[in-house]
Design a protein around this ligand. Sequence first.
Ligand code: CAA
Length: 282
Amino acid sequence: MDKTLAVIGAGTMGSGIAHVSALHGYRVLMIDAQEGAVHRARQAISKRLTREVDKGSMTSLDADAVMERLVEADWPDASQAFMAIEAVLEIVDVKKEVFQRLDSLLPDGAILATNTSSLSITEIATITKRPAYVLGMHFFNPAPVMKLIEIVRGEETGDDAVQQAQAYARSIGKETVVVEKDTPGFVVNRVLMPLFIEAMRIYEEGIASKDDIDKAVKLGLNHPMGPLTLADLTGLDVDLHVMDYMYDEFHDDRFAAPLVLRRLVRAGRLGRKTGKGFYDYD
Ligand code: CAA
């Protein structure tokens, strides 16, 4: 298999995808429109690798090799890639622009994947001349750690693309599920958003403190994190965006964002990435 992969977007998800791919031997072309974004992502990955070296779970030689495989790249370099994974803003027009560009650069038969957490794969694919090779590859945060990738079929996604995406996922140590129908939120966010919403409503109604809501779900359901902590980790702005999108699509109150979430986002408390969300972080 050709081992060069392009990752578009060097935010939390893009850098996590680049990190885990480089760890498993892929040369990753990291592309981001924002000046300095790839540099910052490489620095953050380097810090994590240093921690692994300090813990003794990786040699410094291996860490250096991983960093060498993470290449800051420009758009034309994407022509070397057998697959591109896009992890830019969750705005359909921005994603379409990226896909149009990738379609003109990547070789025929190369896969164009989007890490969207809820948007329509079918709609994104319409801008390309290869809808059979466009699919969703939804990673979870933190991408280097979380085992699952949801592989999402658009209306025209072909079996060959799904199989290639599954092979790539296996090669980086991930498990996959195939989402057969392109529907908002796929499987995981369809389950997760109502959980977040209910936890936030319980908090709004003063039924329990935020610490106790999280503790209840952690210890009562054996989740690794409580829902309010997890909502902070995924990003409150992202959560709100996903809920609003799902609400618009389904017209169903199960996905109606609680006011407390909207208030926090308006106040700039976006969760861990800002150091403030439901909780304060150092
Ligand atoms: N990058 C790389 N490695 C990371 C990491 C990151 N960002 N964060 C944690 N890790 C690694 C640590 O290095 C550590 O590795 P070792 O076991 O080798 O030492 C391991 O993960 C465990 O980390 P910690 O000891 O720091 O902390 P923890 O045991 O509390 O685990 C957690 C942290 C993995 C995040 C865990 O709490 C967890 O699984 N939480 C739930 C996360 C989750 O549900 N994510 C899905 C969110 S939904 C989503 O992403 C979709 C969407 O569209 C909104």
